[in-house]
Unconditional design. Sequence first.
Length: 608
Amino acid sequence: MSEQNKSLLEKEETERKRLNSLEAVDYEAVLNTKMEFLKRIFPSQKTATFKRVDYQTFFEQNKHWLVPYAAFSCLRDEYGTADFSKWPEHQRYDADEISKEFERQESEVADSPKESGNQVPALQETRGPGKASQETTFCEPSFYYFLQYHLHCQLKAATEYIHSQGIILKGDIAIGVSRFGADAWQSPDLFHMDFQAGAPPDAFGIRGQNWGFPTYNWPRMKETGFAWWKQRFEQMGCYFDAFRVDHILGFFRIWSVPIDAVEGILGFFVPAIPVGIREFQNRGIPFDRKRYVEPFISDAMVKELFGHSAEFIKSHFLSPDGAGRYRFKPEFSTQRQIEAQFASWEQSEHNEKHKSGLFDLISDVLLFEAPNSNGQQFHFRFGIENSSSFKNLPGDVQPRLKELYIDYFFRRQDDFWLIEAMQKLPALKRVTNMLVCGEDLGLVPACVPQVMRDLGLLSLEIQRMPKELGREFFHPKDAPYLSVVTPATHDMSTIRGWWEEDRGVTQKFYNRELGRSGAAPAKCEPTLVEAIVSQHLNSPAMWSIFQIQDLLGMDGQLRHQDAGAERINIPANPKNYWRYRMHMTLEALLNSHEFTNRIRRLVQRSGR
C-alpha cells in the first residue's frame, strides 16, 4: 500500500475504533466507511490491478454476471435507489443501451474541464476489463470490477489458509434474490415479480412468513437448462468444499404470496394442483364463491377485534354487503393498501393493533382463486379451521370441507412435487463436486426424504423440530448418516434462549431427552449446554454444526450475560435487523485455553 493510501487509512482509525466498540454491528456505517475509503484509493490502485493476468482471467470467467452487476451498481448509485422500477431510464437491462450510455457519459466527462480534489472514479467501458482513466464525477463500472476482484482474492486466500489447516469450508446459497437486485434487473423473465416468497403459518409465525423476494419462473428456467442456477452452483465451487441449499423445499414448491399482501398467511404453494368446482359438488359441499373467497366479516367479529373502535373501523374501512355482513371498501381491499393508510397516521401501539386486526379480517377467507382459471379452480388458505369464516359454516359442511383441505395439502401434491424436484435437482447437482446439504425444515412434503436420499443430499436435523409426527423432540442419536445435526440455526433462538421460552417444554426436555430427574433449572447452566452439545457430537450424522453462541454457552465466564442478545434472526419478522456480533474478540477466544481444550476433549471423545 502506498504512503498516500496508508495516510487515508489512518484517517479512518477513529471511526474503526468506534464501530468496533459497539455491542451490535452497524452494517450501514461499516459499509459506508469502507466504500468511501475504497473509492479514494481506487484511482491509484486500478492501473496495477487491471494489468494483472489473474485479474484478466477473473474478468473473463465472471463477466456474465460481473458486467451487468457493475452497471446496476452504478445506476443504483446515480439514481439513489436500488428499486429499478423507479429509475428514469434503464429500468430493464439492455447491454447495448447501457454500453452506449456509459460511452456517452465518459466522452462528456473527458471533454469537460478537470476539477481538483477527490472525486468519484470515472465510468468505464462495460464490455471489457477495466482500464485506467482520469477521475471524473460519475460512477465507473470498473470500480466494481476492482472491488469484486479483490473480494475474490481475499476469499480465495482465506480458503487456501483454511485448507492448509486441514479444515473444509461449507458455504450457503440463498433460495431467493432481492427484487431490487442485479439478478432481477438483468433477467426479469426468470422471476415472478408479482409474487413474494415466504412460508405458511406455523408455531414460529401464526400469520406465516413473507420474505419479500420474487418467486422463480421455473418453466422459463427449464427452457434455459437452468443456466442461472448452474452458474450459481459453479460459483460456489470456487471457494467451498460443501454448501447448504437454503430452503431446499423451494425446489419442490414455493410458498407464493401475492404482491399486494403483507402477511404470509395469504399465500399458497406454487406449483400445486388446485381444487376444481366439481370436487366441492362431488363431496356434497355447496359452492358459494363469494362466501368462500371473500373475507367473512360480521358485527360480532368487528366488535371482538376492535372493541370501542368498532364503529370507527366500520365507517372508515368497511361497507355493508346487504346480507348482514361487511366488505372492505375498494381503497382498502388489500393489506398493502391498509399498510399505506396506517403509514400516514401516527405510529402508536393503538394504531398498530388496529392495523393487525384489519390484516386478520382480510385474511379470514377459505379459498384463493387460482390465477387464470376463470373461477373454476381454487387453492385453500392454510389453517382454515382457525378462521371465523370456517367456524360459521353449517356443521355438516365443516368436516367435508376439512377433508378436502387435508387432501389438497397432504395427499394430492406429493407425486407432483416429487416430479418437480427431480426436474431440477439432479441437473444442478451434476454441475458440482461439492457435498450438498439441504435445509429441509418447515412443512416438509412426504416425498422430500426420498428425493434427498436418492440424490445423496444431506438433510438438516434439529432437536427441537422433529420431522416425525407425534414426536416432541428429535434425538441426535437417531439421525441418519447423510445429515447435519445442530441444536439451533441462525433463524432460531440459541440453546439458552430456547430454554427460557416455555417452562413446560423445557421441563419435558430436561426429563426425557437429558434423562435428568426433578425440576428443570430456570436457566440453562453451562453443564446442560455441554450435555446438549455432546449429544450432537456423538450423533451418527456426518456433520455436527454449532453456532458459536451455543459453544460459548458451555462456559459461564465466556458466554454473553444476556441469552436473548445471542439470537441472530427472527424469520417471522420481515423487519428484523441482523446485528449480532460476538461479544469478545477472536484473539481473546484463542487465548481462552480452558475453553478451547474442553472443545477439543469433547470432539476427541466423540471420535469425530
